[in-house]
Design a protein around this ligand. Sequence first.
Ligand code: G3I
Length: 301
Amino acid sequence: ETTLGAAAAQSGRYFGTAINSGKLGDSAYTTIANREFNMVTAENEMKIDATEPQQGVFNFTNADRVYNWAVQNGKRVRGHTLAWHSQQPGWMQSLSGSALRQAMINHINGVMAHYKGQLYAWDVVNEAYADSGGGRRDSNLQRTGNDWIEVAFRTARAADPGVKLCYNDYNIDNWTWEKTQGVYNMVRDFKSRGVPIDCVGLQAHFNSGSPYNSNFRTTISSFAALGVDVQITELDIQGASATTYANVVNDCLAVARCNGITTWGVRDSDSWRSGDTPLLFDGNGNKKPAYTSVLNALNSV
Ligand code: G3I
């Protein structure tokens, strides 16, 4: 196959990208995105501040721009994200306790109702674990009670029983890290108690501080063994080593339940960290060596 999406589909997987609604008028951008990818994540447009800018007033204008572009071009969509300490609108930042807990529930219900039956998966909870120590991140949501994550997942299942419900985080790719073990133990606990969770998203923002490690495959297979799908949800690699990109893809291909990979943007110039040139296409839209190594890995299954 000659595109990332078609090559991934040979083994029943998808290959996606983050799409930014502000770039949908850039035909160089949409040409590559449409040709290469068959799954779409809205880079910012489905986040809390974008979809509920005032409490109880939902706005899906930009989210729907991304959703409609994807669906009109035959792509599926991952929802990102419903409960997160970051990119909260001001009104939510100022809430606490039971009012915040109820606002979280209302937000999940409001956004999921809009997209009910339309999405492949939702990142229900994003980045809830601390960067060190293996415990929860302190946040206004965490301070509503340790059960906020499972409440979010139970709310989400009831709101749209057909969509896969994911926990998504960064720095949970290295099996030896406490953060990875903390999330692993949470997922194991949820599965044992019947809390509805279908997938774990490994963001995979690799750089010199959190580099790719060959134990990534152990992390993927360990999560999968708990009975969840695993998706690489926000892949970018500082410097875009072709070898490292191929290793990441091969690690996913080695685990049956690793069923999709998304890069966090199209061209280097589209990246949230463009200075790291971390993506598969350069700023002129040319395929980089990493593109070829990824395509070859996908085609070798
Ligand atoms: O839209 C406003 C614009 O009106 C304003 O003029 C401008 C001035 O700074 O800001 C614009 O908003 C920015 C937004 O991106 C849209 O471009 C925000 O400041 C900026 O903070 C925001 O950054 C996003 C970041 O999440 C916020 O947390 C990045 O684009 C996005 O790539 C990044 O994505 C996250 C994932 O959601 C979760 N995992 C990590 C990943 C990378 O940080």
